[in-house]
Design a protein around this ligand. Structure first.
Ligand code: S3P
Length: 186
């Protein structure tokens, strides 16, 4: 895992699988820091003029990934901002390795079972999990993405605390200067 100097953090990037709470934790962390919050998926939806599911359905995943890449490039220049990426954004060679200076990356861990439970509770918003064998699909996707998520500077178990608690932990780790640690299930 790479380390980051929290004193020089100018943006926080939350990564992790679908349902790991990037958006809810990100909003709360932004509030604690008094920073802006930007969500990759929400930005893609406003650029495309439709929901993520509609983009997948009408234009295919490849088009979604192009839009996501473009949005990611732009949002990663934001200063004093908390960013929530989509679950698939880090899973491209080189992305986690070439984050701009001043970016603290945080991986929110979630189990495949809990990811699917949360995704279902939110309705049909995740096209990649819209199948009967969603847990199996989630397990496979998560496994493929682990090498990328693992490159984050800080890792938190999203099932260990509610979003407010996770946001506080990140905030505290920034202020006490321990921007490199792991809190994962034992
Ligand atoms: C995806 C995750 C989704 C969204 C799209 C694809 C993925 O974002 O970008 O459905 O590939 O994991 P969330 O992680 O915010 O659910």
């Amino acid at each position: 895992m790479e380390s980051a100097d929290p004193g020089s953090v100018r943006r926080v990037l939350l990564v992790g699988f679908m349902g790991s709470g990037k958006t809810s934790v990100g909003r709360r962390l932004a509030r604690l820091l008094g920073w802006a919050f930007h969500d990759f998926d929400a930005r893609v939806e406003s650029v495309a003029g439709g929901s993520v599911s509609e983009i997948f359905r009408r234009h295919g995943e490849a088009r979604f990934r192009e839009l996501e890449a473009e949005v990611g490039r732009r949002l990663l220049t934001a200063e004093r901002a908390v960013l929530a990426s989509g679950g698939g954004w880090p899973a491209r060679e080189g992305r986690m390795e070439s984050l701009p200076e001043g970016t603290l990356s945080v991986w929110l861990w979630v189990s495949p079972e809990e990811a699917v439970r949360r995704a279902r509770a939110e309705g049909a918003t995740r096209p990649l999990l819209a199948s009967e064998d969603a847990v199996e699909r989630a397990r496979k996707l998560l496994e493929e993405r682990l090498p990328h998520y693992r490159k984050a500077s800080l890792v938190l178990d999203s099932e260990s605390a509610p979003p407010e608690g996770l946001a506080r932990t990140i905030h505290e780790s920034m202020s006490v200067g321990t921007a490199r640690h792991e809190i994962l299930p034992s």
